[in-house]
Design a binder for this molecule. Structure first.
Ligand code: SF4
Ligand code: SF4
Length: 291
């Protein structure tokens, strides 16, 4: 089972939920931080990151002495990463998506593959769970290619040690967030019972619905705000699986980078119950995908 933990905006407690679930997970598990722009799951789970590798993407490099200015490369490039200005060839590697199209169509052999450094992939163990994360290079604008590298590493780890997967997705509903939840058997949407929380929950629910996977909600800082998130869940048929109370002990644990289940026995019970409730929700999709 692959569970993605997502939220319509940052700061809702998504990583707290991921870390707490990881601590009480009842079987073999790999935790993945797909928020490669601002990874912070490792700050809570404190894994031993024994391995790392640089993630690279193939981009074109030009030998202008061979270029005949035919324009085939700029015609095929959907991202304006290679173009002709008059007869001068311009390559913008930072805009390249690595599709390789220009390399294939160049009739003069004027383009050859070079590399762009995306960032690094780090992996190891957090107690009994596997752990993998990506860290985007400062200045790199595109996170999905690095997320794919993290996913490849995850698949290799699962081949060696099969088990469930918890994905800490990037916040929001942009391309990286959608990419991170794709392929999950279940998406847990973490929100707060406030007007902002409701607004962002709606956004996330609407953005992920076309992906066709089951979704459920966890309310963090329960006791704040109003009942409108509860009403929305009821009206939309979104199961509300857990409410994490807003109290000083939880806030203090979070501020100190502690996992709630490590320091608060009541949270341990709450997250064990949450973990136990997930397979039944994910089951229909898993059965369909294996039919
Ligand atoms: S590899 Fe693809 S995205 Fe990159 S410059 Fe060539 S055509 Fe454009
Ligand atoms: S396809 Fe090759 S020859 Fe044609 S403009 Fe591009 S680099 Fe030059």
């Amino acid at each position: 089972m692959r569970v993605a933990i997502a939220s319509g905006k940052g700061g809702t407690g998504k990583t707290t939920v991921t870390a707490s679930l990881a601590r009480v997970w009842p079987g073999p598990l790999t935790a993945v931080d797909m928020d490669v722009e601002e990874p912070n799951l490792h700050l809570f789970l404190k894994p031993e990151l024994a391995h790392s590798e640089q993630a690279l993407m193939e981009v074109p490099e030009a030998d202008e002495s061979l270029c005949t200015a035919c324009g085939a490369c700029s015609e095929i490039c959907q991202f304006k990463a290679i173009s002709l200005l008059g007869e001068t060839l311009l390559v913008f590697p930072e805009m390249c998506h690595g599709c390789g199209g220009c390399l294939m169509v160049c009739p003069a052999g004027a383009l050859h593959p070079a590399s762009r450094h995306l960032g690094e992939v780090l992996w190891g163990r957090a107690d009994s769970a596997g752990f993998v994360m990506g860290r985007l290079r400062v200045g790199e604008a595109m996170s999905p290619p690095l997320m794919r590298a993290v996913n490849r590493r995850l698949q290799a780890m699962l081949t060696e040690e099969p088990g469930d997967v918890l994905v800490d997705a990037p916040p929001g509903v942009s391309c990286p967030a959608v990419s991170a939840v794709s392929g999950a058997d279940l998406v847990l949407l973490v929100t707060e019972p406030t007007p902002f929380g409701l607004f962002d929950l709606r956004l996330a629910h609407q953005a992920f619905t076309p992906l066709g996977m089951p979704m459920a909600v966890v309310i963090n800082r329960a006791g704040l705000g109003d009942e409108k998130v509860h009403d929305y869940c009821r009206r939309s048929g979104l199961p509300l699986l857990a409410e994490i109370p807003f109290d000083a002990e939880a806030a203090s644990a979070y501020a100190q980078g502690q996992v709630l289940t490590d320091v608060l026995p009541t949270m341990r019970d709450l997250f064990k119950d949450l973990a136990a409730a997930l397979p039944a929700l994910a089951k229909p999709l898993r059965e369909a995908s294996h039919a």
